[in-house]
Each structure stands twice: as structure tokens, then as C-alpha cells.
Design a protein around this ligand. Structure first.
Ligand SMILES: Nc1ncnc2c1ncn2[C@@H]1O[C@H](COP(=O)(O)OP(=O)(O)OP(=O)(O)O)[C@@H](O)[C@H]1O
Ligand SMILES: [Mg+2]
Length: 289
């Protein structure tokens, strides 16, 4: 069964294939905790390695997909920031930009032009609306193409582009990363599917699969163990860590979302209301009923 989530334009953006998720849950049930955690760590390591390869210009285009709040943006951003440190220290303009949210086709074109030099990276993070509009999508296809030379053109006369000194055709020598929550193989809308297939065939595609509750909980535990909560400077960090992990474990089916973002929300509450944070969390972080 497919549960569709319609966008404002009426096309299906996110569709959850519940049968596929159930089948995946059965597969994951056969695995040990350790093997799941090793697998997840390896995937995120690949995300880091690939992001670095994009920054170094060895990989020219990459799509990253995965559920909300698992660390896609964090992973890509941390690697780019670190790799661009030299520029930052020299107080030069960063050679990468992370673009978030909605963007017009002309805005997309102009952004790619701005970052068209070799060594530059443009990250489109949660910019799914680009996929819904043919003009934007064709520009994106041009940017994400892994062929040796990528020319991107703007076919109509534009006063805005002229006034900005942007040509109506240019070679994109930079690199691009597209981060999305859309799970490509679960999309059923024929039109969107064809577009996504076209993008996927053009560039590297990393799916940070984590569809099951068990995988999400284990990833949460893994990142907490890595020190995600250190920045809170809790008085008794180990006790607080165990308290938070137990709360998440006990309420895994009730929490609105199982994600690293939820961990931070709960840690914020623990920090603000050490005595009764759980009651507040029940009201603000849990599904009704
Ligand atoms: N390895 C990590 N260590 C510490 N904090 C992390 C780590 N990964 C993610 N986080 C934190 O978890 C939160 C969610 O991560 P992030 O924003 O990267 O998720 P996302 O996968 O991009 O989600 P969305 O699809 O909703 O954009 C962020 O506040 C981020 O700082
Ligand atoms: Mg993100």
C-alpha cells in the first residue's frame, strides 16, 4: 500500500510504500545491533568521503537521500566547512554555498553561475520544489550531469540576468550536491519518477537508508555515544545520557519523530527543566492519544 502526501501543486512529493517498509523491518529484525550500527556508520563515512571527493572536484555531482533529522545536512556541511577552512582563515568568500528551501528557476540558474568555477560546490538542501518545475529541473539536470563538460543555458531573454551580468549560457565547472527526504524508489508518480530516474542516472546517489524504528534508535544511540550531548555540559553527563536514551527507547512509538533532532529537543528540555522535563516532553514531543 502506498500512502501519498500531496504537495500544494498536486503532484506526489513524498510517498511511503508501507509494504516495502514492513518487508525492510523483517530484514532488519534478522540483523544484530552491532551489524546495524556498523552498517550505519559505514554509510555516513561514505557520505563524508564522497562529500570530500565533491569538494576536491573528483566527484562532480551527488544526490543524498534519507529520512528527516538523521544527519544528512550535518554530515555534508561539516565536511565542506572543514575542507574550506583555508579560505575562511584567509577571510575569503567560501567556495561553497548551502541553499535551503524554495528557489525559482532563474535563482537556481544565477546561483549555479555564481559557483561555476572549478573547486566550487553548491548544495541544494531540502530544495525539493526544484523537482516539481520543468524549467528548474532541466537546469538541475544540467548541473548534476557527470559528463565531462556541462553547459547550462537560459533560453529566454532576461532583464534580471542581463543586469547582473550573467550570460545566457555558461559552462558549469563546479560541483553540486542535492540533499532530499524523497526516497527515489518509492515515488510512484510516473512524471516525477522519470525525472528522478534521469537525475539518478546522471550522478552518484547515496541513500542513507534508515527506514525502520530499530535502525533509527540505534543511530540515535550511536551519535549520543559519540558525544552529541557534550555541548550541553550536563552536571552528571553519563546519568543524563542514560536517562535520555531510556526515555527515547521507552517512548519510541509515541514520539512525534525518531531523529537526532528529537534528541536535541529532549536534551533542551532536560537542561531547562531538570526535575520535570519528561512531563513537558510528553506534551510537546509526543503524538496525541
Ligand atoms: N554526527 C552528529 N553529531 C552531532 N550532532 C549531529 C550529528 N548529526 C546530526 N546532528 C544534529 O542533529 C540534528 C539533525 O541533523 P540534520 O539537520 O543534519 O538532519 P537532516 O538529515 O539533514 O534532516 P532533514 O532531512 O530534516 O533536513 C542537527 O541539529 C544536527 O546538528
Ligand atoms: Mg537537512
Amino acid at each position: 500500500m502506498v500512502t501519498a502526501n500531496k504537495s500544494s501543486k498536486g503532484s506526489n512529493i513524498l510517498e511511503f510504500d508501507n509494504d516495502a517498509i514492513r518487508a525492510r523491518e523483517q530484514e532488519v529484525a534478522q540483523e544484530t545491533d552491532q551489524s546495524i550500527m556498523d552498517r550505519l556508520r559505514e554509510r555516513f563515512k561514505i557520505l563524508d568521503d564522497m562529500t570530500l571527493a565533491v569538494k576536491q572536484g573528483n566527484v562532480r555531482a551527488m544526490i543524498v537521500s534519507g529520512p528527516p533529522g538523521v544527519g544528512k545536512s550535518y554530515g555534508v556541511e561539516s565536511v565542506l566547512e572543514k575542507a574550506d577552512l583555508f579560505n575562511k582563515l584567509a577571510e575569503k568568500k567560501p567556495k561553497y554555498e548551502i541553499v535551503k528551501g524554495a528557489m525559482s528557476a532563474i535563482g537556481l540558474y544565477a546561483k549555479l553561475y555564481e559557483f561555476s568555477a572549478p573547486g566550487n560546490v553548491v548544495v541544494f538542501d531540502d530544495c525539493d520544489s526544484i523537482l516539481m518545475e520543468d524549467l528548474s529541473l532541466n537546469i538541475l539536470k544540467g548541473a548534476l550531469d557527470s559528463s565531462s563538460r556541462r553547459f547550462i543555458s537560459w533560453n529566454t531573454d532576461s532583464r534580471i540576468l542581463r543586469s547582473e551580468g550573467i550570460p545566457d549560457r555558461f559552462e558549469f565547472k563546479g560541483a553540486a550536491i542535492f540533499i532530499t527526504n524523497i526516497k527515489f524508489e518509492h515515488v510512484r508518480s510516473k512524471k516525477l519518477r522519470d525525472h528522478l530516474d534521469a537525475l539518478e542516472s546522471r550522478c552518484h546517489y547515496i541513500d542513507l537508508q534508515m527506514d525502520t524504528t530499530r535502525e533509527k534508535i540505534l543511530r540515535i544511540k550511536q551519535i549520543i555515544t559519540d558525544g552529541m550531548l557534550d555541548r550541553y555540559d550536563f552536571d552528571k553527563p553519563d546519568e543524563v545520557r542514560d536517562e535520555l536514551v531510556k526515555f527515547i527507547d521507552d517512548n519510541q512509538t509515541k514520539l512525534r519523530e525518531l531523529s537526532l533532532r528529537m534528541v536535541l529537543k529532549l536534551a533542551d528540555l532536560r537542561k531547562s527543566f531538570p526535575e520535570n522535563w519528561q512531563a513537558t516532553a510528553r506534551t510537546t514531543c509526543m503524538k496525541r492519544g
